[in-house]
Design a protein around this ligand. Sequence first.
Ligand code: NA7
Length: 555
Amino acid sequence: MSKAQQNKANPGAHEFDVVVVGAGFAGLYLIHSLRQKGLSVRAFEAGAEVGGTWFWNRYPGARCDIESVIYSYSFSKELQDEWRWSERYATQAEILAYIQHVADRFELRQDIQFNTRVSATTFDEKSERWTVETEQGQHVKARFVIMATGSLTVPKPIDIPGLEDFKGAWYHSTNWPAEGVDFTGKRVGLVGTASTGVQMAPLIAQQAEHLTVFQRTANFVLPAGNRPLSEDEQRHYREIYPQIREKTRYSNGGSHYQVNDKSAIAATPQEREARYEENYRINGLAYLGSFNDLLTNEASNTTAAEFIRGKIRSIVKDPAVAEDLCPNDHPLGSKRLCIGSNYLETFNRSNVSLVNLKRTPLERITAEGMRTSEQELPFDVLVFATGFDAITGALSRIQVTGRDGLKLKDKWKDGPRCYLGLATAGFPNLFITTGPQSPGALANVVVGIEQHTDWIMDCIGYLQQQNKSLIEATPDAENAWVEKVAALAQLTLHRKGASWYSGANVPGKPRVFMPFVGGFGNYRRLCDAVAANGYEGFVLSGCTAGAAVEQEALA
Ligand code: NA7
């Protein structure tokens, strides 16, 4: 009987090869891959179900802003062939159904403990084991801990004073009631106009008596071009899947779109207009690939931004509202583009109004509603789409203690530091998936999850082969990587956008641009080269008697 099978037969076990924190897209593929290697694994999941971000974010209109056919696992051809995506951009419900299907199909649930939040994990040098502690006080031990905690899982606390005074109902997008919310006949105030608010507003407006949208920063909103996927299209995708997947693995953003290898500024105005028009109509986030310098050349960026502002002015009938909706304080793409359906058109409805908080700031929430510097507005319901303590939020809520009592939160007090975005010096055998200093959510995160998982599996295999029990990033390699990630970001217009990519949305959070912007394909090649060079930048050590015996058993 393999160790993995033994574990399934023994739910009370408290010693594992690997503990995985989280059972979303990353956690599930990790469990599957670890089992394939014959390793025992226990995953802890705070939610009552698999899905992670896609379990919690069930607000009206929640959809992925990446196309379904590529926002999906590629590791199993059978899974790929049997699953049918009904729309170009899947709803949260459909993505969650897919993740649940994966959990059932590969029988992953038996290694997951639900409704369990990990509170701490501590490395013991003598035994070379991590102790993982849950909020319920449970302790388990593992040789490796893999954080699959996601980038968008912890809500940013609501930082508007007075919420406790409000007499009506209020909801946050990240923790939406499973039974839904009926807005019929209600006066609704919505705070937040980025990806989430943009998806919610049109649906709330269809039900509510009146919807007031509170906008602090106007964003670049593009139409998703969503539509049902026909049987023929699905068949076509299944035929070309091998090529699509290969493209996503080596592309800049983990997608299959062709990036135009031409500078916007070198193109004629007619060429620019034609390309922007085509991408605007049908390609969502790929609008950024209309030309090769939109994120590096300010003049080029302005041409793309001006095109979107023109669209806003042509769609929104009231010129004053249109002007308020025009983003003008950050370059296009320096914050995530917002992909929606009928968002701008929603402001042409008679039951929708916009409050520009740049002109009339929010002062506080009152018993009856909201007060700005200019007016007091009564509401029955308040909805917050105010975002996340992104990328590091979930990790910072776990007390992680490495070698010599080093606390991750102390090490990261001025910003996160990871080598390859996968490991951090002082914390042996701790891996982080799609975390800071990796492409993370800047690229298609499912492609990133598969790449990280495969890399970690190869790494554990290499340790076994070399008869080593520990792997740890060196401070030198980590420093060089962190500098490289920061220098790359400085070459782009991301440096000018105050976004969750850099922690700028959370007051007091260190301001560090966290994702690797050098392109997903390049990142993969760098990670592969590190592995090919015997895990350059890492120290491999250890091999206690206990670990050696275990490794023999696994061989
Ligand atoms: P985001 O992108 O962090 O957006 C949050 C929105 O909430 C944004 O419009 C913020 O305005 C607004 N916000 C936050 N706090 C306040 C306060 N106190 N007052 C007024 N407005 C506020 O989160 P999302 O959930 O929309 O999207 C996150 C990611 O999920 C997205 O990028 C996709 O990858 C999926 P601000 O811009 O700070 O002025």
